[in-house]
Design a protein around this ligand. Structure first.
Ligand code: HPA
Length: 247
């Protein structure tokens, strides 16, 4: 079974059928909400809205550990994470869909490991390739099959939020090699690796990052929702095609 983690603009997966809810208790506290189980493209999936079903949780207050733990516990083997981002690269304008291949983590103070506390073993996981190549290929093949365009590969920079970045911060991230900027990719991806869940992200670019393109002087927040509404259905189509291709 695959899990879908919905971000901004995807608090509800209305294409799901035979829906049931499952409240999960975890050693790390409450997940963002009850899990939603259902069928998508004839396959059983589990859906969770990362920000809560009423979009009440900001990125730094999401209980990433509880979310990942709950998805593992219910029996997911892979996670498709949908997330909105700002585009740093010139060709990543609003409406672009991207399947990143790398991450740089600029977050701080988030509970970022499942292995903490007096009882926990010392565990290091390999994170050279933060996104599971198999899951990335699943998303990219699905995009091709359903006639959508998704860019193959980008460096996702995860910032702390909830404020957006300064133009200088984006310049620095660009110098570091960042192509996209979002606030929720970490520690989510690393926790998925610790839980031995295959994880890939489908990113929806909703704005040029601060200081770039149409965001040269400011990021017009009112426009983000519009782009998101117009683009999220394309992302859902890719997810549906991807899930339909799994056994
Ligand atoms: N920065 C960080 N996170 C984001 C952005 C951005 O510009 N757009 C959407 N999520």
């Amino acid at each position: 079974m695959y899990a879908i983690l919905g971000g901004s603009g995807l608090a509800k997966l209305s294409v799901l059928q035979n829906i049931r809810r499952q409240v999960m208790r975890t050693p790390y506290g409450e997940p963002s909400g009850a899990l939603t189980l259902g069928t998508l493209a004839g396959r059983e999936v589990v859906f969770l809205a990362r920000h809560g079903y009423g979009h009440t949780l900001p990125p730094h207050e999401i209980n990433y550990r509880a979310n990942v733990w709950a998805l593992k516990e219910i029996g997911a083997r892979g996670v498709i994470a949908v997330a909105s981002v700002g585009g740093i690269r010139d060709d990543f304008g609003p409406g672009t869909l991207v399947v990143p291949h790398q991450i740089i983590d600029y977050t701080h103070g988030r509970k970022h490991t499942l292995f903490s506390g007096a009882e926990a073993a010392v565990v290091h996981v390999d994170f050279t390739q933060p996104y599971a190549p198999r899951m990335r290929a699943l998303l990219l093949d699905a995009a091709r099959r359903c006639d959508e365009t998704a860019v193959d590969g980008a460096v996702y920079a995860c910032t702390q939020g909830p404020r957006l970045e300064t133009a200088a911060e984006i310049e620095r991230i660009a110098r570091d090699g960042g192509d996209l900027v979002g606030m929720t990719g970490m520690p989510e991806a690393a926790l998925a690796r610790e839980a031995d869940l295959d994880y890939a992200a489908l990113c929806v670019v909703v704005n040029h990052a601060a200081g770039r393109g149409s965001s040269k002087d400011e990021i017009k927040l009112a426009e983000l929702d519009e782009v998101l509404r117009a683009t999220i259905q394309r992302a859902v189509r890719i997810v549906e095609c991807a899930v339909g291709a799994t056994s």
